[in-house]
Design a protein around this ligand. Structure first.
Ligand code: GH3
Ligand code: MG
Ligand code: MG
Ligand code: MG
Length: 313
């Protein structure tokens, strides 16, 4: 059989244009030197609406693994330059905190190899030639477990939006996506105005209720591709993909207006709550992630200084 693809012209890259940070589309990384297998798996797995990243070069693969933090890794044992066990070891050394299921695949289907795979950190094993149906079933199960895990550690208990831990994990993905796509995106930090006073006046439980409703209000008034995280206390971060500075400002202004009209009541006393926001839009490569975040934060500070219930860019 003639192979249409050789190692030279097979592009080690993200094949899909979809943003890799989109939580609805799992990202699967496959490391294997068998290009025809990569092509086949890519076709089949993309039909599941998964985003598939393929690598033949183990060094590039490890680099990409840390950049993208895939949702599932499929790793061949026999690779050029170094073997899959070494790849696994490099990944394990730097990766205690991430939950990335790894399925090792190999033509060496003997007990010793399988045991070594598990001992070195693989979660699962499948022998070659790959049974695609079985592989898909395994990936599905691993993704399911990963989601359950994420629900328990990446969602804020009180407000049910993503937490700071997940913000720290996903922010680099937005920047990587920007570097590839050059699609501008906006980072917005929002903070409830005089929240301490709400706690002091109506009690901590009412404060909690306001927080919950605030988070739910924001969540239900942003697009599904926008992401919201509780950064801490009464501070939240919203990331608006594919959104200009002007658009982000407009959307936040509407949110401020809408939320301020909401009526809360406590012991027959009605009150309203406002919030302030700072926006920074990533539109060129000159800013680092930390700088972008700091710029959004100083805009928030400026919004507070200028009287609150407003957004500064
Ligand atoms: P500003 O308009 O300048 O933002 O004033 P502020 O009062 O909102 O800001 P400040 O940072 O002084 O107060 C934030 C308060 O949020 C202090 C803290 O007790 C309260 N807080 C933080 N987390 C929670 C929580 O989970 N529940 C409740 N009820 N209060 C919280
Ligand atoms: Mg191989
Ligand atoms: Mg506040
Ligand atoms: Mg605050």
């Amino acid at each position: 059989i003639e192979l249409t693809y050789s190692h030279e012209n097979f592009n080690e890259s993200v094949i899909s244009d979809e943003p890799v940070f989109h939580t609805n589309a799992p990202l699967i990384q496959i490391i294997d030197d068998d290009v025809s297998l990569l092509m086949l798996l890519k076709d089949v797995l993309e039909e599941k609406n998964w985003i598939v990243v393929t690598n033949t070069n183990p060094d590039k693969a490890v680099k990409q693994y840390f950049e993208m933090k895939p949702d599932c890794l499929i790793l061949d044992i026999q690779l050029p330059h170094k073997d899959g066990f070494q790849v696994l070891q490099e990944i394990q050394e730097h990766n205690e905190k991430h939950f990335i299921p790894t399925i090792m695949i190999s033509i060496k289907n003997n007990k010793q190899t399988r045991i070594e795979a598990y001992q070195k950190g693989a979660d699962d094993f499948l022998n070659k030639p790959i049974d695609i149906q079985e592989l898909v079933a395994k990936i599905e199960r691993h993704l399911q477990r990963k989601r359950i895990f994420e629900q328990s550690v990446l969602i804020d208990e009180l407000t049910q939006v993503y937490n700071r831990k997940f913000l720290v994990e996903s922010l680099p993905r937005f920047f990587q996506h920007f570097n590839r796509s050059k699609e501008e995106f906006s980072i917005c930090i929002v903070d409830i105005d005089f929240f301490k006073k709400i706690n002091d006046t109506y009690g901590h439980l009412m404060g909690d209720k306001v927080l919950k409703e605030f988070a739910q209000y924001l969540k239900s008034h942003i697009r599904t591709l926008d992401m919201i995280y509780r950064y801490g206390g009464e501070e939240f971060v919203i990331v608006f993909p594919k959104t200009t500075n002007k658009e982000a400002k407009g959307r936040i202004e509407e949110l401020i207006k809408g939320f301020s009209q909401k009526v809360f009541s406590h012991n027959d006393i009605d009150f309203s709550v406002s919030f302030s926001a700072g926006v920074f839009t990533v539109e060129d490569e000159s800013v680092t992630m930390d700088e972008a975040f700091k710029r959004a934060d100083s805009s928030l500070y400026e919004a507070k200084r200028l009287g609150r219930a407003r957004v500064e860019c």
